[in-house]
Design a protein. Structure first.
Length: 162
């Protein structure tokens, strides 16, 4: 991650001399279903929010990594669930004013628990399996409250994927 100070040429022709951007890697987010049609969620402490949050598996793409491959890798690392294929169903811009990265949303079906989690030093993740209707209800009741995750769940519902 790096902080950039740039001059910004506005559409009107005006120039903002000091415009700050945070440059981060692109991210993959995974809405995965087990063979029993349970959504794979993670409960994880997020220091910026200062709390444990329920959300979809999500992680940074490695340099040169294709998004679908990154989605399958992150799903396996964070949850221990694997699948043969991930289909991209959306792409989000989470903070267009001050961040450069994109969030690629993938849908995975028939995921199976095949391995142990392989977590980073800063991760403590508990896997939660939940029927989709309860997941959608968790969004509406504020239990899932991270904006891109809320949008991903509602998008999947609207597309009829779950």
């Amino acid at each position: 991650m790096s902080l950039l100070e740039q001059k910004c040429l506005m559409p009107s022709g005006r120039i903002a001399d000091k415009y700050y951007l945070v440059e981060k890697k692109d991210v993959v987010m995974i809405l995965a279903l087990t063979k029993k049609k349970q959504v794979i969620l993670v409960n994880e402490y997020k220091h910026g929010a200062g709390e444990v949050l329920l959300q979809l598996p999500i992680g940074f793409m490695e340099k040169g990594e294709k998004p679908a491959r990154a989605a399958l890798r992150e799903l396996a690392e964070e949850t221990g669930f694997t699948a043969k294929k991930a289909a991209q169903i959306g792409k989000f811009i989470s903070s267009p004013s001050d961040m450069t990265n994109k969030i690629y949303l993938f849908f995975v079906k028939d995921a199976q628990k095949t391995q142990e989690q392989h977590l980073d030093e800063t991760e403590e993740i508990n896997v939660v399996l939940m029927p989709f209707l309860k997941v959608a209800d968790a969004v509406l009741r504020g239990r899932i409250k991270v904006m891109p995750h809320m949008a991903a769940i509602l998008l999947a519902k609207e597309k009829g994927l779950v």
